[in-house]
Design a protein around this ligand. Structure first.
Ligand SMILES: NC(=O)c1ccc[n+]([C@@H]2O[C@H](COP(=O)([O-])OP(=O)(O)OC[C@H]3O[C@@H](n4cnc5c(N)ncnc54)[C@H](O)[C@@H]3O)[C@@H](O)[C@H]2O)c1
Length: 569
């Protein structure tokens, strides 16, 4: 195989997002937000850089770390060395590479590419009959990827969608959602989309907290005039504590949050000042985080929460002049996905929308006739529905694009990729020799990773891929079907629980433990720490204590033994 030339100065402009998480994981909220922010950022730079031969890609490497060293055997760690990531990087920086704005998953000898897949979605007539209930009736089509899905690199054609939506008959009458007793907080609700969300939640009976940095009161009065209940809080969403406190002070609870406040500071990346980058990240990403963080304990306690976060197609696909906005908006997507995983068991659902509507924000980039046509009212029914408990499962962690009476869902698609044998070093030339297979979404092996384990399953399956065995058994590019099937079976299996029995004495011991634990003086009653067991005696300071009959782990202080219901010998 011909060796690749050494990189020259021509490729020095090639840039890499160091890592993305294609999939959110529990407990890694900040890293998921930060990593996904790199996707929006990099896709934007790819678009801006193309005419200057600046090529930008994102890699999601999986490599051995101090953390994985504690849980993985040495042979697996060996195959997760950075050496398995570097050859892909070499291919991407080489002057022959034309791939840009792409996302790769790499590690352990496996390389695959990811792209966005958007469903055909549901189209409803865009008029007053487009209600949350009407959308619920068509919900199955929203997430149906079986026909007409596309693989976009930008925003949908909302003008065409609107024209098609207006040709449809009125949407049939549907149930009205009921939000009585619920409190909805909407940030940036003084104008634009936020104002319409607030009016719609109020129409269906929710109490509304209108937050806006500029003027929340006009929306509050509008709601009150229509007979609804609302209170305003003039503050930045970045001051999440104050915003949530206003909700609690006024209504004593918070059930729904729409993180919607936003600003633009557009500039080609070369001219973007640090300040502009920071301002946009602060309002969008940090504002979303701060409001959600302040409300989270209330939602945990009441075991109910519905959070709708706002991204943008500029974040999902990148957009010229919006490196700051794209980073913030894609960061919000990563944040939302991680939070959806944390919240699910507490009935806190988190979804993300990428709206399209004519507002003051889009007035800066759309002709006025489009601003008038793309009414925020054609976005609001999705937000209201996501704020309810009516969305069929899976009802959390999803990403929707919405506007003009249309609602579609967007998800990752991943190629089957190539697994290289892990018993010989991988070179850039070998990666390049399989390049077409790595990029091939149409060979019937592509999948849709949607949980954290899916992010590593192909890489782990490749651990079995050795060149000698591979020759006999199968081509090295095929994933090990047996391992994939085992992983699949393990994911579907359900624990049956463990039977255990107890007698009267166990009950007394248990009650005793509870009784003592509730008393302030913890010195009376002790578990014997494991490390004492070796010497079979406690340290000298405990020696005067007498051991209880029965389980050797329990000790009772002599002062307590007189009142202890257990018979101490
Ligand atoms: N309109 C669209 O087509 C579109 C497209 C993609 C994403 N979005 C997103 O939708 C959201 C709403 O946008 P819009 O089009 O209604 O914009 P808009 O400018 O009409 O409304 C935004 C509101 O947020 C308020 N705001 C700004 N900074 C704030 C802060 N720090 N704290 C509280 N409030 C603040 C503004 O005062 C304004 O009332 C934004 O997050 C935006 O990025 C909109």
């Amino acid at each position: 195989m011909e060796a690749l030339d050494k990189p020259t100065t021509r490729v020095s402009g090639r840039l890499y997002g160091c890592q993305i998480r294609t999939l959110a994981q529990d407990g890694v909220l900040t890293s998921t937000a930060a990593k996904l922010a790199q996707v929006g950022f990099t896709e934007t730079l790819a678009k801006e850089g193309v005419k200057y031969n600046i090529i930008c890609n994102v890699i999601a490497p999986i490599a051995a770390s101090r953390m994985t060293a504690t849980v993985m055997p040495p042979e697996v760690l060996d195959a997760l060395k950075p050496e398995w990531v570097v050859p892909l990087v070499a291919v991407l920086v080489h002057k022959s590479n034309q791939e840009t704005g792409s996302i790769f998953e790499v590690g352990g000898g496996h390389v695959a590419k990811l792209r966005w897949e958007r469903s055909k979605g549901a189209l409803l007539r865009a008029d007053d009959s487009f209600t949350p209930g009407a959308l619920l009736k068509k919900w199955d089509s929203v997430g149906d990827f079986s026909a007409g899905a596309e693989y976009p690199t930008g925003v949908a054609n909302f003008m065409e969608l609107l024209e098609d939506a207006q040709k449809l008959p009125p949407n049939p009458p549907a149930e009205n959602l009921d939000f009585k007793g619920k409190v909805a907080l909407i940030t940036g609700a003084g104008a634009g989309l936020g104002r319409i969300y607030a009016l719609q939640f109020a129409k269906y009976g929710a109490k509304i907290v209108v937050n806006d940095l500029m003027d929340p009161e006009t929306t509050v009065q509008e709601i009150q005039k229509l007979g609804g209940q609302a209170t305003g809080v003039k503050a930045s969403a970045e001051d999440g504590d104050a915003v949530v406190k206003a909700a609690i002070d006024a209504y004593g609870r918070i059930d729904i949050i729409v993180n919607n406040a936003g600003i633009l500071r557009d500039k080609a990346f070369g001219n973007m000042e640090d300040k502009m980058f920071k301002q946009v990240l602060d309002v969008h990403l940090r504002g979303t985080y701060k409001v959600t963080k302040a409300a989270w304990p209330y939602m945990l306690k009441q075991k109910f929460g519905r959070i709708i976060n706002t991204t943008s197609t500029s974040g999902i696909y990148g957009n010229f002049g919006q490196a700051n906005y794209a980073a913030a908006k894609c960061g919000i997507l990563g944040f939302s996905r991680a939070l959806a995983r944390e919240g699910k068991k507490y009935n806190i659902y988190v979804n993300t929308i990428a709206p399209n509507a004519g507002t003051n924000m889009t007035r800066t980039i759309m002709p006025e006739e489009m601003v008038q046509a793309f009414k925020p009212d054609y976005v609001a029914p999705l937000v209201t529905l996501l704020g309810s408990d009516k969305v069929p499962e899976p009802a959390t962690g999803r990403l929707f694009e919405v506007g003009s009476g249309w609602v579609g869902e967007t998800r990752w698609q991943r190629t089957g990729g190539v697994g290289f044998p892990i018993d010989k070093p991988l070179t850039p030339e070998e990666v390049l020799s399989k390049w077409e297979t790595i990029l091939n979404f149409d060979d019937g092996r592509a999948d849709h990773p949607d949980d954290p384990s899916a992010g590593t399953e192909k890489i782990m399956a490749n651990m079995e891929n050795r060149s000698s065995a591979a020759k006999k058994e199968k081509k090295s590019s095929e994933p090990n079907q047996e391992i994939l099937a085992n992983i699949d079976a393990a994911k579907k299996s359900k624990a049956e629980g463990t039977d255990f029995s107890y007698d009267e004495r166990d009950v007394i011991l248990y009650s005793e433990l509870k009784l003592r634990a509730s008393l302030q003086d913890r010195t009376n009653f002790h578990f014997r720490p494991r490390r004492w067991r070796k010497a079979n005696r406690p340290p000298s300071c405990f020696r005067e204590r007498r051991q209880l009959p029965g389980p050797s782990d329990l000790w009772c202080h002599p002062n307590f033994q007189r009142s202890c219901p257990l018979q101490h010998g």
